[in-house]
Design a protein around this ligand. Structure first.
Ligand code: ACO
Length: 379
């Protein structure tokens, strides 16, 4: 038995390859550092769903199709309003909204895949506006996917720099081998269930702090440190308390996560333009000290920076509150989940591993005298 299935290969995929020793991520043939900062999100979603980049007419038709699926059924807005009034965490609101996307439609896998990708930004954006006491904004079909998400959150049309920065982020996290949420999605459709059920389950898997929930705490640590001269003291104290440093360590990468580099460059460009360079520099210094202390404390472990550390910095720069970091991850990753579902449905077999039973055997059931009395009085 392999604890946590570490190192176990459980699916073949053409969607992405994670090389943990070399620190290299390939997305359907393209290195992440080549593809993510240049392509639009629509191009990357098309690449994952269709296996190649689109030509201009193909991209225009695909973008139009996605944009036509952005609006949510009214009942989804009702649920999101109720969730907002209740103070439901955004990932739970997204899970509720996602599950309702099958309402009023017959389930067809490709249709479900496109609908989920198109609707996630609207769900998160509308929910956040309700939480902030504002009405949802109308859909602007002419905006690019990333700009649509920012518009749904803020009600404003974002600048091209902001759109590009978010698009780079969404492309960077769009797919990543058989991570926990993608595995959950593939397990669900492997039973011949549907794509909406699978992406709903995947949202639940992504929510946990060991997977998609780390960037908020990573940024909290930077703010707690406040200035570079306090970094060593604060980080040492965390490690003394056996706390994990959020944004460091990875199940597959034994070197720096290549996505951290893509996001660090995107953040640097964005913070230079935005004039908040000081925060960027502080994050770089905190990273260097954290890595030094992790090497000192855990010399036998190869712990390095993961994607979440710079996610926090970039999304904070875009004005997103920490509560929206994980839902924004889902807005990007849903395209990967959807593509994995289609691949699993096309090529895959029911995923049903075995467990090793470690409980007692040979126990005998005995009816207690008290239970006999209760049964008698019931007859
Ligand atoms: N800080 C301090 N110590 C760490 C960290 C960390 N961030 N990560 C791992 N370790 C240590 C553990 O304490 C353990 O030490 P020990 O053997 O002395 O007890 C050892 O490294 C191995 O830890 P595991 O949990 O067995 O390693 P695993 O591969 O299962 O963990 C994980 C990977 C969950 C990402 C882990 O590194 C972690 O908790 N990181 C912090 C949370 C985080 O950043 N999550 C986002 C991951 S990226 C993503 O999902 C998109």
């Amino acid at each position: 038995m392999v604890e946590g299935l570490e190192g176990v290969v459980a699916a073949s995929t053409r969607l992405s390859r994670v090389d943990g020793e070399a620190g290299r991520l390939t997305i359907a043939g393209y290195d992440v550092d080549d593809l993510a900062p240049q392509a639009t999100f629509e191009e990357v979603a098309y690449l994952l769903l269709r296996g190649r980049l689109p030509d201009p007419p193909g991209l225009a038709a695909f973008s139009l199709d996605l944009a036509s699926r952005r609006a949510l059924p009214p009942i989804v807005h009702d649920v999101l309003r109720a969730a907002a009034a209740d103070g439901t965490p955004p990932m739970d609101a997204l899970r509720m909204g996602a599950s309702l996307l099958s309402l009023g439609r017959t389930s067809e896998a490709h249709e479900d895949a496109l609908t989920a990708i198109a609707a996630f930004p609207t769900i998160v954006g509308s929910y956040w506006r309700y939480r902030s006491g504002s009405p949802a904004v109308s859909i602007r079909p002419e905006l690019r996917h990333a700009a649509h998400y920012l518009h749904q959150l803020t009600g404003d049309e974002p600048s091209s720099e902001r759109t590009r920065a978010l698009e780079t982020y969404l492309n960077t996290v769009v797919d990543h081998g058989l991570n926990a949420s993608t595995f959950a999605a593939r397990v669900i459709v492997s039973t011949r269930s549907d794509v909406i059920s699978a992406v709903t389950g995947a949202v639940g898997a992504l929510k946990g702090p060991l997977h998609g929930g780390a960037p908020g705490p990573a940024l909290d640590m930077v703010f707690e440190i406040g200035s570079a001269d306090r970094a060593e003291e604060v980080i040492r104290a965390k490690l003394d308390r056996s706390e994990r440093l959020m944004g460091f360590g990875h199940r597959v990468y034994r070197v720096r996560d290549p996505r951290a580099d893509v996001l660090s460059h995107a953040a640097e460009r964005f913070y230079n333009a935005d004039g908040e360079r000081g925060l960027y520099d502080l994050v770089r210094e905190v990273e260097a000290i954290a890595l030094r202390l992790l090497r000192e404390r855990k010399p036998h472990r190869r712990l390095d920076t993961n994607v979440e550390f710079y996610t926090a910095l970039l999304l904070h720069g875009l004005g997103l509150p920490a509560e929206l970091f994980t839902p924004t991850f889902a807005v990007g990753r849903v395209a990967g989940w959807a593509a994995h579902c289609l691949e699993q449905m096309r090529d895959g077999k029911l995923i049903r591993p075995q467990s090793e039973y470690v409980g007692p055997i040979g126990l005998h059931y005995q009816v207690s005298s008290l239970k006999s009395e209760v049964l008698k009085s019931e007859t």
